[in-house]
Design a protein around this ligand. Structure first.
Ligand code: BES
Ligand code: MN
Ligand code: ZN
Length: 495
């Protein structure tokens, strides 16, 4: 999809559809709507008065062949209450527009960004939302005619004064990177194996000018990555650990930020096997890893002045005659020993070794991201991801970065008493606590490995994919976290 900004008079915009968002309590006798009312011979006023046009969110009314406009159609589009319109709302409105209007007949859309306190931010949200809305997830269907796609999006400034060039280019980068992560997530588990994930990561790293290295199982053995290797043992697909590095020309500080993402390409639970219902969704258990790869794309393109390491441990978790078992004791790469209570608590195991690897590579800050616990979904649903860590300032920066992107985090506590829940009688820790505080005990486990540096953990189990299509987004992976992680890094570099 080509994205351009309108130059000059919007009456001259060439598009199949021109969309004007309208807000609660807007009238046809002032400002933009008055101008449009005149151009349409009173249609705007009539449509508003009759209730056919309203500010009700996502409600729209269409006018064909309006003489005063070059665009073939005009839509008034309900955008709700102006004061309550957040970044995420704008992204979603724009995504919904893309998904609902594009058809055989409508292949180019012009969207008016209404003047506001931060029109450039709004333009960014609109472009991002449109590109996210555009991504299709029915990637394997063989019979369907391809869904018509929007060929051109024109971003129009209400007053014609805002310059959207920067907004368009940065939003395109954020959205493309998020869509890259979503595409990895949406692939079937038999296709998206650890080896395939690594192949895609390498291809991307080379394209974006990032450093790339990869560990295979022999190299993991040599290093003593007993936790990651244990998870992988039950599967015929060999594990990989991939690392992408970004090195700025002249860093503004000595920090090395490691982003570590869980890349479980399929999680059956292993010997502690999961119930069959919804087990297919566990192909998405690599979405944390995908988010890290997405973030690395944004970082490679926007070039913040700070060193970044993107690390993705990847494996399958399957039961077999070789699989690791409850009761096993593992020696992790850090040297710490782990008693396996439940083989379904595998994400923290592969992350543990990857976090240690990142710290050995000089990471001063570690942020891990993972679809880690069902308990997180119970606590926060699909709305927010959890954030925990050992550095309050780091957590606050992550919360702020998420806010800037329309992604939402919620901090959960990590008081020292939670450590007792994963105490083992025979090893340094257990890999699973009891029924209570599951998202927190998982984080507490990771803290045993990341805790020597400034560390934070994002549990995206509820937000990494959606199980039904939304008006603004196809069903499947959401790419959650890619934008937040990249924004965090960019903010930090310019601090
Ligand atoms: N990948 C799952 C967590 C998950 C479950 C994410 C559902 C999204 C939706 C993780 O590996 C897992 O199985 N965690 C266990 C941990 C437990 C055994 C301590 C869980 O949450 O049940
Ligand atoms: Mn699991
Ligand atoms: Zn898992």
């Amino acid at each position: 999809m080509e994205i351009i900004r309108a130059e000059g008079d919007f009456r001259k915009i060439d598009a199949d559809l021109l969309i004007v968002p309208i807000f609660k309590d807007e009238r046809a006798d002032s400002g933009l709507l008055a101008a449009l009312n005149e151009l349409t011979n009173g249609w705007v006023k009539t449509a508003l008065e009759s209730g056919e046009a309203s500010s009700e969110r996502n409600k729209s009314v269409l006018l064909h062949r309006c003489e005063g406009l070059k665009a073939s159609r005009l839509a008034l589009y309900g955008a709700g209450d102006r004061d309550k319109l957040g970044l995420l709302d704008l992204q979603r409105i724009s995504g919904s527009i893309l998904r609902s209007f594009v058809s055989q007949a409508i292949r180019s859309i012009a969207l008016v960004v209404r003047d506001s306190g931060d029109t450039k931010r709004d333009a960014r949200a609109v472009v991002e939302g449109a590109l996210l809305g555009q991504l299709d997830s029915s990637i394997y269907s063989s019979n369907d005619k391809p869904r018509p796609r929007c060929e051109r999006l024109t971003v129009v400034s209400e007053s014609g004064t805002a310059d959207f060039a920067e907004a368009i280019s940065s939003a395109s980068i954020f959205a493309e990177a998020t869509n890259f992560a979503r595409e990895l997530g949406n692939e079937a588990g038999n296709r998206m194996t650890p080896i395939e994930l690594a192949r895609r990561a390498k291809e991307m790293a080379e394209r974006e000018g990032l450093g790339y290295e990869e560990l295979d199982e022999d190299e993991m053995k040599e290093l003593g990555m007993g936790a990651l290797l244990a998870v992988s043992r039950g599967s015929a697909e060999p594990a990989r650990l991939m690392a992408l590095s970004y090195q700025p020309e002249n860093p503004s500080c000595d920090d090395v930020i490691a982003l570590v993402g869980k890349g479980l390409t399929f999680d059956s639970g292993g010997i502690s096997i999961k119930p069959a219902d919804d087990m297919d969704e566990m192909k998405f258990d690599m979405c944390g890893g995908a988010a890290v790869l997405g973030a690395m794309i944004i970082i490679a393109r926007l070039k913040p002045r700070i060193k970044v390491l993107g690390v993705v441990p990847s494996s399958e978790n399957l039961p077999s005659g070789r699989a690791y078992k409850p009761g096993d004791v593992l020696r992790s790469y850090s040297g710490k020993t782990i008693e396996v209570i439940n083989t379904d608590a595998e994400g923290r195991l592969i992350l543990a070794d990857a976090i240690t690897w990142a710290i050995n590579r000089g990471a001063t800050h570690v942020i891990d991201i993972a679809t880690l616990t069902g308990a997180c979904v119970v606590a926060l649903g699909e709305v927010r991801a959890a954030v925990m860590g050992n550095d309050e300032a780091l957590i606050q920066d992550l919360l702020g970065a998420a806010d800037q992107c329309g992604e939402r985090l919620w901090q959960m506590p990590l008081d020292k008493e939670y450590r007792d829940l994963i105490r083992s009688d025979i090893a340094d820790m257990k890999n699973a606590g009891g029924r209570v505080a599951g998202a927190i005990t998982a984080a507490m486990f990771l803290k045993q490995f990341g805790g020597s540096v400034s560390w934070a953990h994002l549990d995206v189990a509820g937000t990494a994919w959606i199980t039904k299509a939304m008006p603004y987004m196809a069903k499947g992976a959401t790419g959650f976290g890619a934008r937040t992680l990249a924004s965090f890094v960019i903010n930090r570099a310019s601090k």
